[in-house]
Design a protein around this ligand. Sequence first.
Ligand SMILES: Nc1ncnc2c1ncn2[C@@H]1O[C@H](COP(=O)(O)OP(=O)(O)OP(=O)(O)O)[C@@H](O)[C@H]1O
Length: 281
Amino acid sequence: MLQLETLTRRFGGKIAVDSVSLSVPAGQMVGVIGRSGAGKSTLLRMLNRLTDPSTGRILHDGLDVTALRGQGLRDWRTTCGMIFQQFNLVPRLDVLTNVLVGRLNHHPGLGGTLATLFKRFPAAERAAALDRLDRLGLADQALQRADTLSGGQQQRVAIARALMQQPRIILADEPIASLDPANARTVMEALRDVNRRDGITVLCNLHHLDTARHYCDRIVAMQSGRVMFDGAPTGLTAAKVREIYGVSEEEFDSMAAAEPSVMKPAPRQAAPGARAPALAD
Ligand SMILES: Nc1ncnc2c1ncn2[C@@H]1O[C@H](COP(=O)(O)OP(=O)(O)OP(=O)(O)O)[C@@H](O)[C@H]1O
């Protein structure tokens, strides 16, 4: 069980996340939605301590994650895999070595350059990495440079890398925001598969309600740092959507199509040519 207790993050005078309390049972797939600037990324980043909370606590099976330092914090980041919008692979390295990077935390003393990294991992781990790639439909691409893959393939490599950490939680921060609809679908299906088959808890920031409804057990909607809705997708009525977004779902989708900054104004996360796909159920 992952518990957030009155979690708050301020940036100067701005409250990005405002007193959020949530309990997430192990194995749940949670979609976090809300307009741009609602606090979704800050919330996820606090969970693996990329951003420290200003106040409040994070507990995982009784462990006070907020108090962790040093090795304890490194172990927590291994438990808690992160998937980013821009994949964060090493472009010039082959796919298999990128996946093995997920094991680095298990080998703190592993030396050498990135180019020689592959040979330094035990054969069993290389086999395990290939196995993860096979499962994600990427075994044939194992020896290709990562930057020769499509965005959806790269994101699946990032998922394979996260799986090598043997995480109990995966935090996916807008994993499909840079992908076309077909690639977005394969990535969401991969995330749902690791959730269902491996029992890994998944928290996923998403812009499209349809995607959250289709893939997630639970939706948490944020507005101005606060949780406005928390429940099953069926509870997200048209009235609730209007309350969260200030407009109807159709109006929000057409505004986003005409003016993507409705969804992504923050330059630190904007990707050139990025588009947020609408996934049909
Ligand atoms: N490092 C930072 N420094 C200052 N302000 C920040 C920082 N990170 C986030 N913020 C602010 O906190 C608020 C919440 O940002 P956050 O990125 O968490 O929202 P979001 O819902 O993920 O938005 P988006 O969908 O655009 O990614 C915004 O007003 C943002 O400008």
